[in-house]
Design a protein around this ligand. Sequence first.
Ligand SMILES: N[C@@H](CCC(=O)N[C@@H](CS)C(=O)NCC(=O)O)C(=O)O
Length: 228
Amino acid sequence: MKIIIGNRNYSSWSLRGWLAARQSLLPFETELVVMDTPEWISGAAKAHMPSGMVPVLWDHGEAIWDSMAILLYLADKAGHDRFWPRDPKARGLAYAMCAEMHSGFTALRNACPMDLQHHVPGFEPGANVIADVRRIENLWEKALSRFGAEAVEPGGEPWLFGNFGAADIMFAPVCTRIDSYHLPVGDTAQAYVARVLAHPFMAEWRAQAMKEDHSFTRYGVSGREKRA
Ligand SMILES: N[C@@H](CCC(=O)N[C@@H](CS)C(=O)NCC(=O)O)C(=O)O
């Protein structure tokens, strides 16, 4: 399998697709296509991107595009237990949370683009951004308190539905945004953000992202400061 991704520093959907590929534990290659180059803009760099977007997973000559489809495809292929909780109530909530993340939270996504190399110390979130963060925080607290701790493997960290899975993958870029823009959240959410950022797959992605030297003007937020 091969996954085509955009810039690791900026492409939050690529991060979700790639995390799903890592979580599957199946072997795969990664091809990075730098975004916003003349070839990207003309479409010449997008020959293997059916929707014109990243991420795309290629498996045996078939393309699976869109982060959510990649996640669902890999859960079918690698086993649902690596992605979804077994309990039907937990699974229903996990599906709903992933779907809401995939289609919503546009205020947060627009105002706080993912940018792992920078942070914005003086960022002042608007009311619509705060509303998105509150909703996300409530969802996390609900999942963690109802299903997180009780389902976790002995000695493991409490992820949203016990073991690390689809919901943690879909919300991982939000964790980077809370961190980069210093968005105010309560202790439970802050601890969850820290766990996600410290996850080995996230550390692997971040280490690569920090080495990238292409910068985007379209994602530039004023007041950015480079991280060490
Ligand atoms: N719904 C898609 C969204 C993918 C998406 O928006 N990807 C961005 C990069 S993060 C992209 O490729 N945009 C096309 C462009 O910039 O031309 C998914 O979940 O994969």
